[in-house]
Design a protein around this ligand. Structure first.
Ligand code: ATP
Ligand code: MG
Length: 428
C-alpha cells in the first residue's frame, strides 16, 4: 500500500531558491510601501461567497468558474479569496475606517485561490502583492499606484523588458453609448466569437476584450473602442495620469483594447507586462474602481488599486539577485567542539554573538574535526571557531578564517569583540 500523499494539483511548495526569490520581492515591496506611506492590512483567506459575487461580479470568469466555494459545517457558503480587493473593502467598511480620515492607503501580501488550468505562471494557489488607495478620484492617486507597482518591480531588480500598458474604461457618462454600440457590433459578428464571448454580449460586453481566444481577438480589431467615447472629464483624467507618469519617467503605451477581468473597474486600467514571461506575460495589473465601495454597501467613495503576481515576478528573477541573497544568508560563525565543556562555552558565545546579530551555527551531534570542518565549509561559514580540549584548558578559542585560511588563538574574554570586528570587515 502506498502511504505517500502528494500535494493538490496547482498548489505548490515553495523552498530553496524560490523562497529566496519570494523574500526578495516581499522585502522590495515592504520597503516601497514604507516609502510611499501604505499601511498593512491582513484579511482572512476565507470570506462569505456573497462578498465575491457582489464585489467581483456575476458573469466574471472568477465568480462563474474559478472560485473555490464550499458549504461549511453550518451550511453557509464560503469561498477562498480569489483576489484581495473585495476583502480589504469589506474590512474597511466593517471597521468603519472611513470615519478616521478621508484618504487611506492599504497593502496586503498573501495567497489567492482560483481554479484555473495550471501552467507556467498560472497556479491554483498563487500570491499577490496588493495595494489600494481609498478616498480619492484624483489622477495623482492613479499615477501613484502605477508608480508603486513599477517601483516594487524595479527595487526587486526586475526592470528589464517591462512594459506599462494603460487605457481608460470611461465612466457612467460615457460608457452606456459605447456599451450599446459594442453590443450591436458583437451581435453582428456573433459567428466569429467563442461561446464564452457570445454569452458575454448581454451580460458584460466589455469583457470580450479580455478573451484570450485568437479568433475573438481578431474579430474585435474592428470593434468600437471606448477611447472614441470618452467624455471630456475622462479624457482629461487619463491625460493627467499620463503627464504624471512622464514626470517620473515611467514609459507607457496606450492599449485601447485593455480592459480588466473584474466588473468593478472604471476609468484608469493598466497592466505591466514582461517580454520574458511568454504566454502569461502580465506581472502586475490594476486600475480604478470608484463604484465598488457603494456596491458593497458603503458610502460613495472612489478608489484605485493594483496587484503584482508574485509567481510571475519570480519567473523573471535573475540568478545574480539570487546569488547575492544566498551570500547574505551565510552564517558568520560555525562553532566546532568535541566535549561538553567546549559545547558549554560555544553556547555562551553564540548567545552573546546572536544578540549582536552575528549568525552562528554548530553541529548538534558529536562528530570528528574533519566532519565538522566540512559542514562549516558547506554552509559557507565565514569563520570556524574551534573550542577543543586544549582551547578549554587555556581559555582560548581558535578562530579560522574560512576564506584566507588564516588562524588565530583568541582569549575567551576578547572573543566576542574580536569576532564582531572581523565579521564586520568580512561582510564589507
Ligand atoms: P490573467 O489574464 O493572466 O488571467 P487576471 O486578469 O485574471 O490575469 P488579475 O485578477 O488582474 O489577473 O490579477 C492580477 C495579477 O495576479 C495578474 O496580472 C497575474 O500576475 C496574477 N495572477 C492572476 N491569476 C493568477 C494565477 N492563476 N496564477 C498566478 N498568477 C496569477
Ligand atoms: Mg484570470
Amino acid at each position: 500500500m502506498d502511504l505517500k500523499v502528494n500535494s493538490v494539483r496547482g498548489f505548490k511548495d515553495v523552498f530553496g531558491k524560490d523562497v529566496i526569490k519570494f523574500q526578495a520581492i516581499e522585502d522590495a515591496a515592504r520597503m516601497c510601501f514604507e516609502m510611499f506611506g501604505f499601511k498593512e492590512i491582513r484579511t482572512p483567506i476565507v470570506e462569505k461567497t456573497s462578498l465575491f459575487q457582489r464585489g467581483i461580479g456575476e458573469g466574471t470568469d472568477i465568480v462563474e468558474k474559478e472560485m473555490y466555494t464550499f458549504i461549511d459545517r453550518n451550511g453557509d457558503s464560503i469561498s477562498l479569496r480569489p483576489e484581495a480587493t473585495a476583502g480589504v473593502i469589506r474590512a474597511f467598511l466593517e471597521h468603519k475606517l472611513y470615519n478616521a480620515s478621508s484618504l487611506h492607503k492599504f497593502y496586503t501580501i498573501g495567497p489567492m485561490f482560483r481554479h484555473e488550468r495550471p501552467q507556467r505562471g498560472r497556479l491554483r494557489q498563487f500570491h499577490q502583492i496588493n495595494a489600494e488607495v481609498i478616498g480619492s478620484d484624483a489622477p495623482l492617486a492613479d499615477s501613484e499606484i502605477i508608480w508603486l507597482a513599477w517601483a516594487i518591480l524595479k527595487e526587486a531588480g526586475l526592470f528589464e523588458g517591462l512594459r506599462l500598458e494603460i487605457n481608460s474604461l470611461g465612466c457612467p457618462r460615457c460608457r452606456p453609448q459605447h456599451r450599446h454600440d459594442l453590443m450591436d457590433f458583437l451581435n453582428n459578428n456573433k459567428a466569429e466569437l467563442c461561446e464564452d464571448c457570445r454569452r458575454r454580449i448581454d451580460k458584460n460586453p466589455l469583457r470580450v476584450f479580455d478573451c484570450k481566444n485568437e479568433a475573438c481577438k481578431k474579430a474585435l480589431m474592428l470593434a468600437p473602442l471606448i477611447r472614441h467615447y470618452w467624455c471630456p472629464e475622462c479624457a482629461q483624467h487619463l491625460g493627467d495620469v499620463l503627464d504624471y507618469l512622464e514626470t517620473i519617467n515611467i514609459p507607457f503605451v496606450i492599449n485601447p483594447y485593455l480592459v480588466r477581468g473584474l466588473d468593478y473597474y472604471n476609468r484608469t486600467t493598466f497592466e505591466i507586462k514582461a517580454s520574458r514571461l511568454g504566454a502569461q506575460d502580465t506581472v502586475a495589473a490594476g486600475g480604478r474602481y470608484d463604484r465598488l465601495i457603494e456596491w458593497l454597501g458603503g458610502p460613495d467613495c472612489p478608489a484605485v488599486g493594483m496587484a503584482i503576481g508574485m509567481e510571475r515576478a519570480i519567473l523573471m528573477m535573475d540568478m545574480d539577485i539570487l546569488e547575492k541573497a544566498a551570500y547574505d544568508n551565510r552564517p558568520d560563525c560555525f562553532f566546532i567542539t568535541f566535549n561538553s565543556e567546549g559545547r558549554g562555552h560555544a553556547l555562551r558565545f553564540m548567545n552573546k554573538l546572536r544578540d549582536k546579530f552575528i549568525a552562528c551555527e554548530m553541529s548538534y551531534d558529536k562528530k570528528s574535526m574533519k566532519a565538522q570542518m566540512r559542514y562549516a565549509d558547506r554552509v559557507g561559514a565565514r569563520l570556524a571557531i574551534i573550542i577543543g580540549e586544549d582551547e578549554v584548558d587555556n581559555e582560548e578559542a581558535t578562530v579560522k578564517d574560512m576564506e584566507t585560511h588564516a588562524q588565530h588563538r583568541v582569549q575567551f574574554d576578547r572573543l566576542v569583540e574580536w569576532v564582531g570586528k572581523l565579521v564586520d570587515e568580512k561582510r564589507g
